[in-house]
Design a protein around this ligand. Structure first.
Ligand code: NAD
Length: 284
């Protein structure tokens, strides 16, 4: 029977340490402030933005939300990013995704000062990550690695299978897993037969956004399962993994909710503090 990887408990533990760092900054009159730009009225985004704001407040970080209209023009968005880049009181900037279709997300992200890029999405920070020289870590990935480390799950020589290849989860996770000497397969919608890969996985991470995608017949005994997916089914939050079905075969498994989600929000706050300290010439 799988042991539960308790992301919520670890997030709270990390938050306690983070509060100490925030207190230390405030003693030096440094106020960690980061800005979230939300464009349009995607209901999921609004929930995420509120959740982040609550968490930020609980550790003493200030999160400012820029709520922009659905028909926001690219030039106005770029002008806002320029303004925040130039503001020395702002230590982090992120664009909440998805954005409306008229927005060129890559161009907007590229405009963010890499020193304030809390999401690790600017080309220079992505490049640094792949070179093993992390300037900042994507929050979800940092949370997953922290969870695996906390439970002392070794990755060396392991077959790691990642379902999903987005810029915020699958791709950067592949980079960090390679750094740990794992053998990595990254699957996606065009993969011919995902179970051919998942059955071999020592560690399986699903970030597809599809409920019940991973079932017991697709995994081997002893697999470590990290479920990143967030799906709303009949008013309930579920992951990508058929949890009750897979639990007996897994050695470790994350629940949804209470697994990767809380760690992602906490790790984002870690990145804000990291950037704030660095901008003020303090050791991280
Ligand atoms: P995305 O839509 O950008 O990417 C999804 C990826 O999954 C794509 O690469 C796609 O090809 C792949 N995919 C989808 N269905 C598949 C299938 N049936 N078989 C194989 N591959 C499939 O999404 P994203 O932003 O990376 O997020 C993925 C999921 O993770 C979503 O449910 C999102 O809400 C969730 N998420 C959770 C957290 C968290 O903190 N828990 C953080 C980020 C994203």
């Amino acid at each position: 029977m799988g042991k539960i990887l308790d992301g919520k408990a670890l997030a709270n533990l990390r938050a306690d340490k983070l509060k100490e760092k925030v207190t230390d900054l405030k003693k030096q009159n440094i106020i960690p402030l980061f800005c979230v730009i939300n464009i349009g009225d995607d209901p999921g985004s609004k929930v995420y933005v509120r959740t982040k704001k609550r968490r930020a407040k609980s550790v003493g970080i200030i999160q400012k939300i820029y709520q922009l209209p659905t028909d926001e023009q690219q030039s106005d968005l770029l002008a806002l990013i320029d303004k925040l880049n130039a503001d020395p009181k702002v230590y982090g900037i992120m664009i909440q995704l998805p954005a409306p279709k008229q927005i060129n997300v890559n161009q907007a992200v590229e405009r963010i000062d890499p020193n304030k890029d809390v999401d690790c999405l600017t080309p220079s920070n992505v490049g640094r990550l792949w070179q093993g020289n992390h300037f900042v870590e994507p929050a979800t990935i940092d949370g997953i690695m922290a969870l695996l480390d906390h439970y002392q799950i070794d990755l060396k020589s392991k077959d790691v299978v990642i379902i999903g290849c987005s810029n915020i989860v699958g791709k950067p996770l592949a980079a960090l897993m390679l750094e740990r000497d794992a053998t990595v397969s990254v699957l996606h919608l065009e993969t011919k037969d995902i179970s051919e890969y998942t059955k071999r996985a020592d560690v399986l991470i699903s970030a597809a956004g599809q409920a019940n995608l991973v079932t017991a017949d697709m995994v081997k005994d002893g697999v470590v399962v990290i479920d990143v997916g967030i799906n709303h089914i009949r008013g309930h939050l579920v992951g990508d993994v058929a949890f009750d079905d897979v639990l007996p075969k897994a050695s470790y498994i994350t629940p949804v909710p209470g697994g990767v989600g809380p760690l992602t929000v906490e790790s984002l706050m870690e990145q804000v503090i990291k950037l704030t300290r660095r901008a003020n010439g303090l050791r991280e």
